[in-house]
Design a protein around this ligand. Structure first.
Ligand code: AMP
Ligand code: GLY
Length: 422
């Protein structure tokens, strides 16, 4: 089979690596890819948002299966474009990817189908939002409705801060048209867990759990980022919680989407808050998480291509998902200053230290090749994953491996996975 992976981050490197291990695959492409993906796939210089360009390529090269890593092309309808041309692609159609593309849609869906989540109101008009904030309980959460690179959520501790937030999102359009509509949500407390699940439109098969660290700095301080590191599994995601989520959240979500005429095929990423009242949904995404994929996929025993095909064919009942009985930790090496201003273009040293080392995975994110050198070219540069017998061992191995890599302005959090021992 010829397979095309769409995207260019650490997540797509993890997907491409897993796809490359499938005995079914004879040729692997990635668009646009990065310097690390180029070692296992032919990287094609087509933007992930050039839907017709990608479909032209898939047609010309007779690609048997396309797997989309990123949210943007899914929300824009890449699956519809491919399917209209008779091309096989793994991911939700536009009318289902809206579960990530519009927070107001997902909140309304959860309310209508009684899926546990935080209370909320939506607003088109900033002055009505500000009026509502006068009698709200604090802290409170403001969410821009649309896609905002994971940064469109503001947690406000008092009224004045919330008013500034409304102005930033709805008037200054800090996140562009994503802020045309605003969701104001009740603040929840508890442990966060990410669960990614394969879906075939009717069935949903959750993978092992993971936890992300979204803030830039140790101790969950600093700005929200795309994710600074992950661990899997989450020790807080117990069997009882899993059973509850399957009955009250995962299957009801897939059933709700089907009932709405929006059959969901692809990866449903459920962001959960384990509150004192039980698990509640924080958010849905319509794709693998980044860097959740970097700890979940290395632990998966199944052939990823086989599972994706079962989803497309509506045959997920024939798949038995199996994960290794171990743990994985991923530490992101970023450019100092991320997620705001940072410099790039610095050579990266030590990449060869990972060659032939079992249990260690080096995932490229913002890297590019120039001649013989590999240079930093983004905020999140590399993700280093290590597997161990348990989280403690995986964490110790992952941090040891971070010392094998050097580049100017290298920055990482030092507490990925640490909270689990406190
Ligand atoms: P989201 O993009 O919706 O996952 O939000 C980003 C982050 O904001 C989440 O991972 C949580 O840490 C936080 N967050 C979002 N919604 C809430 C909420 N209702 N209560 C508390 N924290 C939240
Ligand atoms: N790591 C969070 C996300 O991919 O949305």
């Amino acid at each position: 089979m010829k397979v095309l992976v769409v995207g260019s981050g650490g997540r797509e490197h993890a997907i491409a690596k897993k796809v490359s291990m499938s005995p079914k695959v004879s040729k692997l492409y990635c668009a646009p890819g990065n310097a690390g993906i180029a070692e296992i796939a032919d990287c094609i210089n087509i933007s992930a948002n050039d839907l017709n360009g990608l479909a032209d390529f898939a047609e010309k090269e007779k690609i048997d299966l396309t797997i989309v890593g990123m949210d943007d092309p899914l929300v824009s309808g890449i699956v519809d474009v491919f399917e209209d041309r008779g091309l096989r692609i793994f991911g939700p159609r536009k009318n289902a990817a809206i579960i990530e593309g519009s927070k107001a849609f997902s909140k309304d869906l959860m309310k209508k189908y009684q899926i546990p989540s935080a209370d909320y109101e939506t607003f088109h008009d900033p002055s009505e939002a500000i009026e509502y904030l006068k009698s709200s309980k604090y802290p409170i959460v403001l969410k821009a409705d649309g896609l905002a690179l994971g940064k469109g959520v503001l947690i406000c501790s008092h009224y004045e801060e919330a008013v500034d937030g409304v102005r930033l999102i709805m008037e200054d359009k800090k996140f562009g048209s994503a802020g045309d509509l605003l969701v104001i949500e009740e603040y929840m407390t508890g442990r966060e867990v990410s669960v990614l699940a394969f879906c075939d439109g009717t069935r949903i098969l959750p993978m092992t759990s993971a936890q992300d660290h979204k803030r830039a700095k140790d101790g969950d301080r600093g700005l929200n980022t795309g994710g600074m590191g992950t661990f899997s599994p989450s020790p807080f995601y117990t069997k009882e919680i899993d059973t509850f989520c399957k009955e009250k959240i995962y299957q009801p979500t897939i059933d709700a989407m089907k009932a709405e005429g929006r059959e969901f095929v692809g990866i449903l990423f459920v962001g959960l808050m384990l509150t004192a009242e039980g698990p509640k949904v924080l958010e849905y995404n319509a794709r693998f998480g980044d860097p959740e994929a970097q700890v979940v996929l290395p632990r998966m025993k199944n052939d990823l291509v086989e599972v994706c095909e079962a989803c497309i064919d509506g045959k997920l009942d024939q798949i038995d998902l199996v994960f290794e009985d171990n743990a994985a930790v991923c530490v992101v090496l970023a450019s100092e200053g991320y997620p705001e201003h940072y410099k790039k273009g610095y050579p990266i040293f030590g990449l060869e230290n990972f060659k032939g080392k079992e249990d260690y995975y080096l995932y490229h994110a913002g890297t590019k090749r120039e001649g013989n050198a590999i240079l930093t070219s983004g905020g999140r540069v590399l993700g280093i994953t290590a597997k161990g017998r348990d989280l403690q061992e995986a964490r110790q191995k992952a941090y040891e491996a971070t010392t094998w890599i050097e580049f100017e302005n290298k920055y990482m959090r030092t507490d990925i996975g640490k909270a689990i021992y406190q």
